[in-house]
Design a protein. Structure first.
Length: 596
């Protein structure tokens, strides 16, 4: 944070700066014009030309300190409007405070003989006397200094409120990503739900697709996304790709949209039926334009976007001035520019949830098989388990490779960004939930509440997103279905491909996993991927190519026996859907809108 106090000499800038340092619980570095002159060996005088050089030095130094996340208070005259404009463009969390005291009042006071010497003779090269003082345009605060204790307290309270407003904007962002699909990111996000000081999205929220790498890509795991550089005066509707969602909403299309369906607003709610919730889409479009219009950096832009979102969901009941905002994206691992992410979002954290490869492949196979048999992910009826176990028309080798490539990427991200990247094993989270949550919240500087030990959505019990059936609470053994879905041949293949890596992960019993300390020999292609990671686009392209087609089917006819079962199941499925459609016309509330 930077507090830039400007005003004429004798207006009380230095005194106010010292009082701010005493009053607020922040360690500020104080800078003024004389400090910078002394730092550079007093090589400048007080001519207009020399003052301009000194103004440039102050602004450049403060911008550097701010970028290094050092809090600074600056007390300077600031007579060059071009450098004040530069400050607003280049200094993070910049707060401009103008002490507005008339020159006549200051001449009358003549503190420290600034304007006249003892013989009442005017001094030369004095701002306000023979050097013009231009009033700043659009400062964040304008304060009057009446040089009284009461007035000082009032000014300090005004500044404190301004800083508190800024601090709330600086709510830390926690971004949850799966290693790959079906790894437990949804479960972890639901464990953040319900806490009074945490705003947790009920649905996955992703960044923009980076189609500069290659075009015509579908949004699947492995697709490169990116955080755009901040620009002023953006249209948030276009910037956040909300036009399509609004069209679907206006025409009441019951399709997948990022924001959710108005009547039953929970895109990630698959089994719950008794939760009443609502999202005011039209209000959201007005709010996001209003809130985001004055954003000065990405941190403020996204905070304001989140604030608009939550204020329109259930009339803002899920937003209580949070100290932390939690978002989740299954594809979050493949954000292209994490360097900018951590620079733009102060105190942010990335949490990657890792799952055993056998559990991941079994869950993905089940999803692919359901689609193959004509069923849907969560809708009834579901194909019997023996049919899914017999199913072999998918690319097992590609699934295993995507898991291994993703684990390599997680290790490299942890090497690059250190403790900003936290890795959790799903198996540890489900077995020792309270211990993991306590440790994680402590790491994030958050207070745990009892609700954080059980997964909830809208404060109500979450029934999971398992392809099998609803789950009450937490499934302690998330991989106990492996032998029901995978054949012995498939299990042997996976274990042969990942044996050393799987043993390494199963040995990680602590709350957080440190992949940095694990040897390269335990990973898939770590040396090559580390080489490509030097360039963001090359690294994203490398990972994306490994993920292309990981859910595609093999181009071969299925065995006769399974073909017979497919025909029987498809007939049963069509009859079931036919009767469901009839019932839905008379009792629509019986069905979850997201699964019709």
């Amino acid at each position: 944070m930077v507090i830039w106090i400007l005003g004429l000499s004798g207006s009380g800038k230095s005194y106010l700066s010292n009082q701010i340092k005493k009053k607020f619980k922040k360690k500020f570095i104080s800078i003024d014009g004389d400090v910078i002159r002394d730092m550079f060996g007093n090589d400048l005088g007080h001519s207009l030309k020399d003052r301009k050089v000194n103004a440039m030095r102050i602004s450049k130094l403060v911008a550097y300190l701010s970028k290094s996340k050092i809090d600074v208070i600056v007390s300077v005259l600031s007579i060059f409007p071009e450098w004040l404009r530069w400050n607003k463009k280049n200094i993070r969390d910049y707060n401009e405070v103008f002490l507005d005291v008339s020159i006549d009042e200051l001449k009358k006071r003549n503190n420290k003989y600034i304007y006249f010497n003892k013989k009442k003779i005017k001094r030369k090269n004095v701002v306000g006397v023979d050097i013009k003082f231009p009033r700043p345009k659009n400062p964040d605060l304008i304060l009057n200094n009446e040089f009284s204790k009461k007035n000082l307290i009032e000014n300090l309270n005004i500044i404190k409120k301004k800083i508190q407003d800024k601090v709330s904007v600086m709510a830390k962002f926690v971004f949850i990503s799966n290693l790959t699909n079906r790894c437990g990111g949804n479960l972890l996000s639901r464990l953040f739900d319900g806490n009074r000081k945490i705003a947790t999205y009920p649905t996955e929220i992703s960044f923009k697709i980076n189609d500069n790498i290659f075009r015509g890509i579908d949004y699947l795991t492995g697709t490169p996304t990116y955080l755009p550089k901040f620009k002023k005066d953006i249209d948030p509707i276009k910037y956040f790709d909300l036009e399509k969602e609004f069209e679907n909403f206006k025409h009441a299309k019951n399709e997948y949209i990022k924001i959710g369906v108005r009547k039953n607003y929970m895109e990630k709610s698959y089994y719950e039926k008794g939760i009443k919730t609502n999202f005011d889409f039209e209000k959201y479009f007005l709010k996001i334009k209003s809130f985001c219009s004055k954003s000065r950096n990405n941190q403020e832009l996204y905070y304001n976007k989140h604030k608009a979102y939550f204020s329109c969901w259930d009339d803002g009941s899920h937003w209580q001035d949070p100290s932390c905002i939690v978002t989740h994206d299954s594809n979050g691992l493949f954000l292209t520019n994490y360097g900018q992410f951590f620079e733009d979002f102060e105190n942010s954290k990335l949490i990657i949830v890792v799952r055993d490869c056998l559990g991941f492949v079994a869950s993905e196979k089940m999803r692919i098989a359901k689609r193959y048999f004509g069923s849907r992910r969560f809708a009834k009826p579901s194909p019997p388990l023996f049919m899914m176990r017999m199913f072999g028309e998918y690319d097992l080798q590609t699934l295993v490779r995507t898991w291994r490539v993703a684990l390599d990427r997680a290790k490299i991200l942890q090497e690059k960004f250190g403790d900003k990247v936290l890795i959790i094993r799903l198996e540890t989270l489900t077995k020792n939930t309270q211990k993991v949550i306590d440790h994680l919240f402590s790491n994030l500087g958050l207070n745990v509440e009892p609700v954080n030990y059980e997964p909830t959505i809208c404060g109500k019990q979450w029934l999971g997103n398992s392809h099998f059936s609803p789950i009450k609470g937490i499934k302690e053994k998330p991989n106990n279905h492996v032998d029901k879905i995978l054949s012995l041949e498939e299990i042997n293949f996976i274990e042969n491909q990942t044996e050393d890596t799987a043993q390494m992960l199963s040995g990680c019993q602590k709350e957080l996993v440190n992949l940095k300390e694990k040897g390269d020999h335990l990973f898939f292609d770590i040396a090559k991927q580390r080489f490509y990671s030097r360039d963001e686009n090359s690294w994203s392209l490398y990972c994306s190519l490994y993920f292309r087609g990981f859910r595609k089917l093999k181009l071969k006819p299925p065995p006769n026996l399974i073909s017979f079962f497919i025909i029987l199941f498809s007939i049963y499925f069509k009859f079931y859907q036919f009767f469901k459609t009839i019932v839905k016309k008379f009792k629509p509330d019986l069905f979850n809108q997201n699964n019709t």
